[in-house]
Every structure is written in structure tokens, then in C-alpha cells.
Design a protein around this ligand. Structure first.
Ligand code: BJW
Length: 250
């Protein structure tokens, strides 16, 4: 365990990966809480394309409830510490979040990749119409695609979320790899916060970063599944430990 701050100087490029643990301090449940169940459904069933095909009403109820829960929360000191570091580092900072709750954006982070999508974006399950911002709740009638209706067919809208078994959105991994490649000019630091290290490809980013010469830090409430890949482990609550680790605590 390591409790000194990460050294951030003018040669440092900082790549941060966040997970549900950073939003836990805003009051949102993590995934592997409650045995990975939501109303007695396995999360893998409501967050998978097969689940949507089987029971789209259930899936939209799950995501509508999550829209409501995320909208009722506020970003916390962990989110704000990342905003402050980004202001200091500028383009030498990149935040990759697995969270779909938009709390980093609401806190003011700008260089953000929402790797698993966003709760507040919807797209058609069939046509190539671009994903669009959407805060509505679909707890009764299922939403249909207007563009498909005009073309004479019926298709359901779906959350713009990367479900199990689906590939990441085009361009996201390229942008992360480009950042790591450019960071070789200086000193790359990889920091994972509040993630169990179970879900791939996000859990493999630490190995990719290390292959690019990164020093790797993990801040988590408990040891992570991929913990042995990190050079440093800070055990703690993100809202308290992250400002201390990044030297933004006052
Ligand atoms: C605190 C704290 C506090 C609490 N302070 N800490 C390689 C090996 C094995 C399997 C695979 C593999 N590659 C791919 C797979 C399959 C699969 C996968 O990884 N499965 C594993 C479960 C085994 N991956 C996929 O299917 C991915 N797709 C893919 O690989 O496609 C390939 C492909 C290519 C080409 C064509 C087709 C396919 C997609 C993964 C998508 C994940 N989606 C989800 C749900 C959707 C989002 C949503 O609805 O919200 O994303 S799953 C869920 O897990 C969610 C999360 O973003 C993700 C990660 O969870 P996270 O953030 O780590 O949360 P927790 O709860 O697990 O952990 C929280 C941690 O915080 C805990 O450790 C706590 O201790 C800690 N904590 N409070 C600090 N206050």
C-alpha cells in the first residue's frame, strides 16, 4: 500500500480510468453490490443484447430507474479532483470512464471518453440514425424509432450503452492508444479508481499502459481482480483519497 501523492510534473501525462466506485460516494450503487442483482435479475441479463431482445420493457425499466437515480445525484470531491488536475495538465490528461452516469461531465471534466456509453443518450436498435441526447423515462410504453417509422418499419429505440458481448464504440480505443503513444514523449502515469478490474477490455488498459512505459496506480476500496498489474495500490474511499493522491486536497 502506498499513501504518498502521485508525482505530477510538467513531463507527466495522466491517463485515468474510473469505475463505479467513484460514483458510489455520490450515492449510486456499484455493479458488484447486492451480488450483481437488480430486482432479482442478473445485471448481465438486463445489460446484454439478448436481454433486450427477450424483454425490452424490463431493460427500459432498468435504464429508466438508473436515469432517475443518476439525475438525483451530484458529483463528489473525487470527480472534482479530476477536473482540477485536468485544468493543470490540459492535453496531457485523459479520463476514460466506464460509468454511464455523466457525473464527470457534470463536474466539468472535458477530456472524457465514456467507454461504456451514457445513460442520457439513446439510439435506434436497427438504423444508423446518430445517437441523440435523451432524458425521458420509458417505464410504460416502449419507445419506437421515428426515422424507421417514416421508412415504413417498426424498430425500438435502445440505450446508447455498451452491453456485454458488444464491441466498444469505434474510435474510443484508438484515441486512448494515441494518447499513450504521444505520452511516450514524457512520463505516462496510469491511474485506475473505483473499479473491480473484472470487465474487459477496460480491465486490460493497465497492461496496455504498462507496455507504453506507464507507472500504474490503483485507488480502490478493496483489492481489484487485476491488482497484480499495478505498481502502487492505495486502499481508500475515492472522495477522500483521490484529492490527497492528486495533491488537490486543501
Ligand atoms: C470504491 C468505493 C469507494 C466501492 N471508493 N472504491 C476477457 C476476459 C474475460 C471476459 C472477457 C474478456 N474480454 C471480453 C470479455 C467479456 C466481457 C467481460 O469482460 N466479462 C467479464 C464480466 C468476465 N466484456 C464484454 O462483453 C465487453 N465487450 C467486448 O469485449 O466485446 C468484444 C467484441 C468485439 C467485437 C465484436 C463483438 C464483441 C463489453 C463490456 C461492457 C460492460 N458493460 C457494463 C454494463 C453496461 C453499463 C451500464 O449499464 O451501466 O458496464 S458491465 C458493468 O461493469 C458496467 C461497468 O462499467 C463495468 C465495470 O464495473 P466497475 O466500474 O468496475 O464496477 P464494480 O461494481 O465491478 O466495482 C466497483 C469497485 O469500486 C469495487 O472494487 C469496490 O471495492 C470499489 N469501490 N466504493 C473507491 N467509495
Amino acid at each position: 500500500m502506498d499513501n504518498r501523492p502521485v508525482q505530477l510534473d510538467d513531463r507527466t501525462w495522466l491517463l485515468v480510468l474510473t469505475g463505479a466506485g467513484i460514483s458510489a460516494e455520490s450515492g449510486l450503487a456499484t455493479f458488484r453490490d447486492a451480488n450483481g442483482l437488480w430486482e432479482n435479475h442478473r445485471v448481465e441479463d438486463v445489460a446484454a443484447p439478448e436481454g433486450f431482445e427477450r424483454d425490452p420493457s424490463l431493460v427500459w425499466r432498468f435504464y429508466s430507474q438508473r436515469r432517475t437515480a443518476a439525475s438525483a445525484c451530484e458529483p463528489n470531491a473525487g470527480h472534482r479532483a479530476l477536473v482540477e488536475v485536468e485544468r493543470r495538465l490540459g492535453d496531457r490528461f485523459l479520463l476514460v470512464t466506464q460509468n454511464v452516469d455523466a457525473l464527470h461531465l457534470r463536474a466539468g471534466s472535458e477530456r472524457v471518453i465514456e467507454l461504456h456509453g451514457s445513460l442520457f443518450v439513446t439510439r435506434c436498435s436497427r438504423c444508423a440514425r446518430p445517437p441523440f441526447p435523451d432524458t425521458r423515462l420509458y417505464e410504460d410504453a416502449l419507445p419506437e424509432c421515428e426515422a424507421c417509422r417514416k421508412a415504413g418499419r417498426r424498430s425500438l429505440l435502445r440505450p446508447h450503452i455498451v452491453w456485454f458481448g458488444e464491441p466498444l464504440f469505434p474510435g474510443h480505443f484508438d484515441r486512448i492508444e494515441a494518447f499513450m503513444g504521444t505520452a511516450r514523449r514524457g512520463r505516462l502515469v496510469f491511474l485506475a479508481v473505483g473499479t473491480s478490474g473484472v470487465v474487459y477490455p477496460a480491465a486490460g488498459l493497465v497492461n496496455l499502459a504498462r507496455a507504453h512505459g506507464a507507472e500504474a496506480w490503483l485507488l480502490n476500496a478493496e483489492p481489484a481482480e487485476n491488482g497484480s498489474a499495478f505498481d502502487h495500490f492505495v486502499r481508500g474511499r475515492s472522495a477522500e483519497a483521490l484529492p490527497a493522491l492528486l495533491g488537490t486536497a486543501r
